[in-house]
Design a protein around this ligand. Structure first.
Ligand SMILES: Cc1ncc(COP(=O)(O)O)c(C=O)c1O
Length: 398
């Protein structure tokens, strides 16, 4: 296989992929075909929560592969990994979030959540935030808060409205016509923006007043990344439907939406099969999810996340870093301009440090390492970042 084959035979998402040629990965490192180690500050975009090939996840996957893999479409057979995962998850969530629908990806989970909200309320309007990212299938794309990325695919699903995240004066536009308000608990692609001044609590109150459902997208901040198992725990606001994925299986494709048993039965009848999927709840992936959830909740990884955040904030002080947004291990140093952000990501790639961009904030650099990253690895990577920023000369970059 040559790198050229990648460009020739595999569809591309952009004209400028990083194109690292991966040999293997372990812990906080990805190794390339030439044997170079790359320190991973991105974790597959927040997906590899326990780092690469965590032994407990690998063991769970191997044991399950030896027992059985796919046996039936979602929901027909009783399969222990999916049941045990759903039960353990419910034990860690507020009482109303007790029933989990397992699917294949974050975007499919969002599709399921939108369908459930429309079916339950009998209303069609869905309100999402500007600069939101909820996935790339037609429903999730319809919620995307950036017109230039979606206009080419119109017509999308109708009756979607947008509000500015954190803008209290727009909360009143949520009305009796609204089926659901969909928000990322912490906005990801927009630049790791936290809700402020009790914003989520106010949204929650308004949804209750008008009978709209609140859907929180925790695909990125969920599973311990922000110093709580789920980020909504920081903001005194629980959703009616919780949407999760990414770090849930520590590196295998997954998604789920969680709601009350009463709400979920709306997908079971009238019409029956309100949402169906072949591979959702796949036993191998559910086994990885269960091992991941146990590891995150039975160790001190979650409190450590906040200690690691402190270290990042202490070390990443440089005149070119204007602020650091985010929480826990979901951090975004904001540069003065896009050129500096690009320089940092691309120079880091040459020097064996993996950084990445955020979708809609060109001045931001993504830092979302595995939760298992060590203090030493953080120090090493931050040292490299500071060295690269010291070498930045505005006239050397075009
Ligand atoms: C907040 C958020 N929602 C939804 C998604 C979509 O998840 P997936 O790529 O698994 O479909 C992502 C992925 O980046 C995300 O960050």
């Amino acid at each position: 296989m040559s790198k050229n084959d990648f460009f020739t035979y595999q569809a591309q998402t952009s004209t400028h992929p990083l194109a690292l040629e991966v040999s293997h990965a372990k812990g906080s490192y990805i190794y390339d075909q030439d044997g170079n180690a790359h320190l991973d500050f991105v974790a597959g975009v927040s997906a590899c929560s326990l780092g690469h090939s965590h032994p407990k996840v690998v063991d769970a996957v191997k044991a399950q592969v030896d027992r059985y893999m796919h046996v039936m479409v979602y929901g027909e057979y009783v399969q222990k990994p999916a049941v045990e995962f759903s039960k353990l998850l419910a034990a860690h969530l507020p009482d109303n979030l007790n029933t989990t629908y397992l699917v294949n990806s974050g975007t499919e989970a969002m599709e399921g959540a939108i369908k459930l909200a429309r079916r339950h309320t009998g209303r069609s309007q869905v309100i999402a935030a500007k600069n939101a990212y909820h996935g790339n299938t037609m429903g999730s794309l319809s919620l995307m808060g950036l017109e230039e990325r979606k206009s080419a695919f119109r017509p999308l699903i109708p009756d979607i409205r947008s509000i500015q995240f954190n803008a209290e004066e727009e909360i009143e536009t949520i009305t009796e016509k609204t089926a659901a308000v969909v928000l990322e608990t912490i906005q990801g692609g927009a630049g790791f923006i936290l809700p402020k001044n009790g914003y989520l609590e106010k949204i929650r109150r308004r949804c209750d007043e008008v009978g709209a459902l609140l859907i929180l997208d925790e695909i990125q901040p969920g599973f311990g990344r922000t110093g709580k198992l789920f980020a909504f725990e920081h903001f005194n606001c629980a959703p009616d439907i919780l949407v999760i994925g990414k770090g849930m299986a520590s590196g295998l494709p997954v998604g789920a939406f969680v709601a009350s048993h009463e709400l979920m039965t709306d997908l079971t009848e009238n019409p029956k099969f309100g949402h169906i999927t072949t591979f959702g709840g796949n036993p191998v992936i559910a086994a990885a999810s269960l091992a991941t959830l146990k590891e995150i909740t039975e160790t001190d990884l979650i409190p450590q996340t906040l200690e690691k955040e402190k270290l990042f904030r202490k070390l990443l002080q440089h005149p070119l870093i204007k602020e650091i947004r985010g929480k826990g291990l979901m951090l975004a140093p904001i540069m003065e301009n896009k050129e500096i952000a690009d320089y940092l990501v691309l120079e880091a790639a040459k020097k064996g440090l993996i950084l990445f961009w955020l979708l809609f904030e060109p001045k931001a650099v993504r830092i979302s390492p595995p939760l298992t990253i060590s203090m030493k690895e953080i120090e090493k990577g931050c040292d490299q970042i500071l060295g690269i920023l010291n070498s930045y000369k505005s006239d050397t970059v075009n």
